[in-house]
Design a protein around this ligand. Structure first.
Ligand SMILES: *Cc1c(COP(=O)(O)O)cnc(C)c1O
Length: 817
């Protein structure tokens, strides 16, 4: 790849080698002879970071000189994965580094695997934040990511006897070579206490918050470099520290444990990522985490603003703050508090600045995932914020009444406070009211937002809701994950495919009809499948046939994502392969991976079922090699990078209306897998671009799902009675065929499907079965399958996160000149 953006160095390979050896000696403290592989990784990472720093400091100087608008992306999660190849590749140093290390007998590709995944997120929402950071650096948007530096990221998943077991994740055990600790960048964040009202010398009424407890937020910066070193931004993560390391008085009095208890309480805030995905965490610690990072981030950005501009009145012109879901939505109240209480702006002015600076991205319509906090908890933990929220609410409701809106139901639905059994603060409504832009993450999801969660607020503020369909960064999900396909694309489309895939990838379409090209495409896929088969052999001791159809569903385990539908199909296929000898079955491998929230029992049972089905199928000789089932443990970004290039079929089968967007659907299509899916989330827009004839779309639409639920006329008993195939599958599960050690294990699950099929698994089963037969039909028509696969790659350019970020920057942030 070209390096024209780098300072020319006469011999870049030699220079890189020298840089690495210097880091090895002076930062790691080892010589080449005694260095472990991990020492090498650290030296390479540190040398790479130096290259970024030069760009970084330049960029900061330029931003200050030009007074460029800054974007602040607040997210409780950043699912980053490994950074080594990301950084090297974007700096144009990948081949240089590989050659430099080869000269000292070190294999860069082996060193790569030693880096732990930075798993500071649960799934799609956190991964989106990571893709956005990379795209913002690529597009030259001056951006700062803000989040929490969790000591323990998402748990490590072990599978023991088929059950998920959660183990502590320890990504920081060997330190983190990418980050800069900033001990001088530290803010006090307070909790609890009380508020007193005083009248100041000018006769103004002022509220003074006297908190009971204060912790320190210490900054750690990780530079994020864009493609071809376009620009470097910082991801600033906060670590919680106690205000005093040790309570010396108590220690001296002999209370050794009590003396450190406060330290432990303070530091627990950044100890561990909440593993709940899409469900309400409902914990005081969670609210403390949210306020902790929001408060530190807002103080930091206001300080930066004031150091460059003498006034806060131009804040919306110079700063845009994006809230990734409701997790940072306490920012509405905290920004008001800072502007009114600390910077002494009048309320109305502060409100105008707040609304014009903040914008909010909604990620889910699931009612259990809409955050709300008990008023009593807010009053205890954040008493001044609770006052501010009440005031915002009063102004809001008064304004509506002044417009002549008195309808009780309307006022109740748009209120910030949910009345009823125990009053709660609705964080979604708070984020909506405090933002000038509220966006959904796919066209369908945005439409459903207008029609469901925010119907009434949308009617009052029809301009605010807009759509920004998610995207993925092609640098990670194509260049790094699939170098063979990337190379093939470069050969046929030129390097433009690296720089502007949105314009260049469509030029691949004519190659879909060229047998010679398809042959190369097939060879690439086979290579990736052989590599994945080796990984499965090594980790699970299961042998896969690389010529079988690789049918893949990898994502968080959640009932709405319907891994269960896929498993029911797997069982039905197993039964059919054994019984229906007259049919020609295409050899197939069902691949599953994903984590379940530790407290989500039904999801954990689904993992157990996948493993029970796998054990049965894989050990049954009558299957004749036509079906294998694997559940790969510990799904994370790195595992996704290995699995996705090897997939032939991508499973995106959520109950329509429930998946806000999905992003793995885009990763798979970009790499040339065909999608079997419902018309849900971004699948809808994918089908408009890729063409229905190149996907397998099945099942109820969101509207049909809605009609069934409303009419309350959905009866899965009838669906089961009408489908002998489904009935047979359920009978086998119920009678313990797959759980001989505990025959009753799946009785509850089958009962649930029969009497309370909330995710319409049974309703879609037959349509899914039929779609899977179409999959096999096309798979057998080899050349037609691969033509469709090439077209999937050619038509996925629009789903680049560069396009998404360009839309945010233009429509919401006004940050691209
Ligand atoms: C892309 C990605 C996700 C999101 O997957 P969906 O299928 O869109 O839910 C989750 N986890 C990881 C590790 C990912 O890379």
């Amino acid at each position: 790849m070209s390096d024209e953006t780098l300072t020319p160095i006469p011999d870049q390979v030699a220079a890189f080698r020298v840089a690495v050896l210097a880091k090895l000696a002076y930062s790691v403290g080892k010589d080449a002879e005694h260095a472990t592989e991990h020492d090498w990784f650290e030296a390479v990472a540190l040398a790479t970071r130096d290259y970024m720093v030069d760009f970084w400091l330049d960029d900061e100087r330029r931003t200050q000189r030009k007074k460029q608008k800054r974007v602040y992306y607040l997210s409780l999660e950043f699912l980053i994965g490994r950074l080594l190849f990301d950084s090297l590749s974007n700096l144009g140093l990948l081949d240089i580094a590989r050659a430099a290390l080869a000269e000292v007998d070190v294999d860069l590709d082996r060193i790569r695997t030693l880096e732990p995944d930075a798993a500071l997120g649960n799934g799609g929402l956190g991964r989106l934040a990571a893709c956005f950071m990379e795209s913002m650096a690529t597009l030259g948007v001056t951006a700062h990511g803000y989040g929490i530096r969790y000591e323990h990221g998402l748990f490590r998943q072990a599978i023991v006897d088929g059950w998920q077991q959660e183990q502590t994740e320890t990504w920081l055990d060997f330190g983190n070579p990418w980050e800069f600790e900033r001990p001088e960048v530290v803010y006090a964040v307070s909790f609890g206490g009380s508020v007193t009202s005083i009248t100041d010398a000018q006769g103004h009424q002022r509220q003074i918050w006297q908190p009971a407890e204060t912790v320190r937020a210490v900054a750690y910066d990780t530079p994020v470099v864009g493609w071809r070193g376009a620009s470097v931004n910082a991801l600033r993560l906060w670590r919680a520290r106690a205000t005093e390391e040790l309570h010396l008085e108590r220690f001296n009095a002999g209370d050794h444990l009590g003396a450190v208890a406060e330290v432990a309480r303070a530091e627990s805030i950044s100890r561990v990522l909440y593993p709940a995905d899409s469900t309400e965490a409902g914990q005081e610690l969670r609210l403390r985490q949210e306020y902790f990072f929001v408060s530190a981030s807002l103080k930091d950005l206001l300080r930066r603003h004031l150091s460059q501009h003498s006034t806060l009145l131009n804040l919306p012109q110079q700063a845009a703050i994006q809230l990734n879901d409701t997790h940072p939505s306490i920012a509405v109240a905290e920004l008001m508090r800072l502007l009114v209480d600390e910077h002494e702006l009048p309320w109305d002015k502060a409100w105008e600045l707040t609304v014009n600076t903040l914008s909010y991205t909604n990620h889910t319509l699931l009612p259990e995932a809409l955050e709300s906090w008990p008023v009593s908890l807010m009053e205890r933990l954040l008493p001044r914020h609770m006052q501010i929220i009440y005031l915002i609410n009063a102004h809001h409701i008064d304004a509506l009444r002044a417009q002549g809106l008195h309808d009780f139901d309307l006022l109740r639905s748009v209120s910030l406070i949910e009345e009823g059994n125990g009053r709660r603060v609705r964080m979604g409504n708070l984020a909506f009211l405090g933002s000038h832009s509220i966006n959904g993450v796919s066209a369908l999801h945005t439409q459903l937002m207008r029609e469901t969660v925010f119907t009434d607020l949308h009617r009052l503020y029809p301009q605010r809701i807009n759509n920004k369909t998610n995207g993925i960064t092609f640098r990670r999900w194509l260049h790094q994950a699939n170098p063979a396909l990337t190379q093939l694309l470069r050969e046929h489309l030129g390097d433009g495919v690296l720089d502007s895939p949105e314009e260049t990838l469509p030029q691949l379409e004519p190659f879909a009809d060229k047998a010679a090209f398809r042959k190369r495409f097939i060879e690439q896929r086979r290579q990736s499948k052989v590599a994945l088969a080796a990984l499965v052999q090594e980790r699970l001791n299961i042998t896969l046939n690389p010529d079988a159809l690789f049918d893949v569903q990898v994502k968080r385990i959640h009932e709405y994502k319907r891994q269960l539908l896929n498993l029911l199909h797997t069982v039905a296929l197993y039964q059919a392969i054994r019984a229906e000898h007259t049919t020609e079955w295409a050899p197939r491998v069902k691949i599953f991976a994903g984590k379940a929230a530790a407290s989500y029992h039904q999801a954990k049972l689904i993992i157990k079922l996948a493993n029970d089905v796998a054990r049965m199928v894989n050990n049954d000789p009558t299957v004749r090699g036509l079906l294998k089932v694997v559940f790969l443990p510990n799904y994370n970004v790195s595992l996704a990078e290995s699995i996705i290039p090897a997939a032939d079929l991508s499973e995106q089968i959520s109950t329509a209306g429930m998946e806000a967007s999905g992003t793995s659907n885009m990763k798979f299509a970009l790499n040339g897998a065909l999608t079997i899916g419902t018309l849900d989330g971004a699948n809808v827009e994918m089908s408009e671009r890729i063409g229905l004839e190149n996907m397998f779309i099945f099942g109820l639409t969101a509207q049909q799902v809605n009609v069934r639920k409303r009419a309350n006329d959905y009866n899965s008993e009838a669906a089961i009675a009408a489908s002998p195939r489904l009935a047979e599958v359920l009978l086998a599960l119920r009678s313990g065929v797959f759980s001989p050690d505990d025959p009753a294990r799946y009785v509850g699950l089958v009962d649930e499907l029969t009497w309370n099929d909330r995710f319409l698994v049974c309703a879609d089963f037959d349509a899914y079965w039929d779609a899977q037969r179409q999959v096999e039909n096309l798979w057998r028509q080899h050349q037609r399958w691969w033509r469709a696969a090439v077209l999937n790659t050619a038509r996925t350019g629009w789903f680049s996160s560069d396009r998404t970020i360009r839309e945010y920057a233009t429509d919401i942030w006004h940050a691209l000149e």
